[in-house]
Write a protein that binds this ligand. Structure first.
Ligand code: F6P
Length: 525
């Protein structure tokens, strides 16, 4: 892999720091609008299915140019091209990062320019075709009324978010359930309403070793068999890169994918099967096609008009120069209610890193905390803090022009609220008394979709993937591993037997104290 210059050692970084100190710190978006009638046009960007108004951000043409220089000097475009070319940019695992290939519709394009990519593309499409045939068969099978996805992290959040988001397209007569937590309450609450003969379990796990998923899968199988279920091949399917482990588990119906698909980037693979069953083969292909259009935009639009690039650079500007430590996601569409959770994994598992690709400690901040709720609910909970709290939190509003219901009056009210919130954050309100004073000049980005469809959702998700890529590339981190989740898994394996044995050797005082108390509560000591 080509060595890249660390962002804080580039001339652009120093120039950004100077610019921030001299002008950026006191930049006022209200004054910027007053002096520039073109500001909305200059700082808005159309991309496939998504229109973005960036004009309420704390940014001017000079900052934008310096950020583009930063992208240039840190080799963002080259890193992007290396990803699409199938280079092993996931350096700690020596893996390619090719989720974009999962949504590449045809061979022979630039995305499949080498024999190796061609071969992978062939495998992708063979699996996709088989999976979609299966999805159509399940849709046609009226005896199956409930589909239960058992998986966690990327094997849960993507399909769950997408099935909810595309509710308007979901086949009537089928219910979809998502069980992720090892907490038995979740599986028990789901099973309570199900019958083995009408249930299809999809065991979704890239590795097929994740303890939560394996535990839930075992319990689901026991439940199925204890109620007289025998036909595992009909009622269980596995979605995994580890087909051998699925077979060993006793599941013969399997759909594979590959180690070059990261868990949090896997909704486009066999992990998307619940979505394919829910919205059908054509719907799933439209979802892939929307994402592919965003891939094409990311690969070909000049960086200055490239929406993922502009968003990712803005993220760097806020995190490293303004020092903002979080970003709030406000989707004004209740069907997008799991989007914040999905984006949390995407951003924080990808870019929550403190070392560069060589393992050296970084002296600057990386991923912000992501959080949010669908509008307008958030307005009546934490928006108080967004407007008047001591921290500045950039907000990303997502609005959808066309509703999917016919209830009079609601949608205009919803849209009025999302526009008003963005306006209020920026304009603020002067009040000498203090309590009613809104400082204003609080930044927000406004993403707008014409309609929430499989294609526009695909594009929106791909946009988010690529903006995370851009900030990760500037920061010089590996956005595609997740070693930070391993230690807790190892320690849980050590602690679990101690709950029954009471063995406390080599534990710190707090851990031992908590375990002793939990054992007392359980009546085991
Ligand atoms: O624990 C983190 C993680 O590895 C995620 O990256 C992944 O999405 C999730 O666990 C589930 O992993 P798997 O699909 O292998 O069960």
């Amino acid at each position: 892999m080509m060595p890249r210059t660390r962002c804080d050692r580039t001339p652009a970084w120093a120039a950004l720091q100077t610019s921030f100190n001299t002008r950026g710190r006191t930049f006022d978006a209200r004054a910027a609008f007053a002096s520039d009638a073109q500001r909305f046009e200059t700082f808005s960007q159309s991309a496939p299915y998504v229109f973005a108004d960036l004009s309420k951000n704390l940014i001017d043409a000079e900052t934008q140019q310096l950020l583009l220089d930063l992208a240039d000097q840190t080799g963002v475009a080259q890193h992007r091209d290396a990803m699409f070319a199938g280079d092993a940019i996931n350096s700690t695992e020596q893996r390619a990062v090719l989720h974009s290939l999962l949504r590449t519709p045809a061979c022979g394009t630039a995305a499949t320019s080498t024999p190796a990519l061609n071969e992978k593309w062939g495998q992708v499409h063979a699996t996709l075709n088989a999976m979609l045939v299966y999805a159509q068969a399940v849709r046609a099978d009226e005896a199956i009324t409930d589909v239960v996805n058992i998986g966690i992290g990327g094997s849960d959040l993507g399909p769950q978010m997408a099935v909810l988001a595309l509710d308007a397209f979901v086949l009537p007569g089928k219910r979809f359930h998502f069980v992720s937590n090892v907490d038995g309450h979740e599986l028990a609450a789901t099973l309570k309403h199900l019958k083995p003969e009408s249930t299809l379990f999809l065991i979704a796990s890239k590795t097929f070793t994740t303890i939560e998923t394996m535990t839930n899968a075992q319990s689901a199988k026991r439940w199925f068999e204890s109620l007289g279920g025998t036909d595992i091949a009909r009622h269980f399917a596995a979605l995994t890169t580890n087909v051998a482990a699925a077979h060993a588990f006793g599941i013969s119906t399997t759909f594979g994918f590959w180690d070059w698909v990261g868990g949090r980037y896997s909704v486009w693979s066999a992990i998307g099967l619940p979505l394919a069953i829910a919205i059908g083969a054509d719907g799933f292909r439209a979802f892939l096609a929307g994402a592919h259009e965003m891939d094409a935009h990311f690969c070909s639009a000049p960086l200055a008009q490239n929406l993922p690039v502009r968003l990712g650079l803005l993220d760097v500007w806020y995190r490293n120069f303004h020092g903002f430590s979080s970003r709030s996601i406000a989707p004004y569409h209740s069907a997008l209610r799991r989007l914040p959770a999905y984006l949390q994994q995407l951003e924080m598992e990808s870019n929550g890193k403190r070392v560069d690709t060589t393992g050296a400690l970084l002296p600057y901040a990386t991923a912000p905390v992501l959080w949010g709720e669908p509008g307008t609910n958030g307005q009546h909970a934490y928006f108080q803090m967004l407007h008047q709290g001591t921290d500045v939190v950039p907000v990303e509003f997502i609005a959808v022009k066309t509703p999917q219901h016919a209830l009079a009056g609601h949608h205009d009210l919803l849209l009025a609220n999302v526009v008003a919130q963005a306006q209020a954050l920026m304009t603020g309100q002067a009040d000498a008394g203090g309590h009613r004073n809104f400082p204003g000049n609080r930044p927000s980005t406004f993403l707008m979709l014409d309609a929430l469809t499989p294609a526009s959702l695909g594009a929106l998700i791909a946009l988010q993937e690529h903006r995370v890529f851009v900030s990760g590339a500037v920061w010089g981190i590996n956005s595609f591993d997740q070693w930070g989740v391993e230690l807790g898994k190892v320690l849980a394996r050590d602690i679990e037997p101690r709950l029954s044995s009471g063995e406390m050797t080599a534990l710190d005082g707090s851990t031992a104290g908590l375990l002793a108390r939990l054992r007392t509560e359980q009546g085991t000591s």
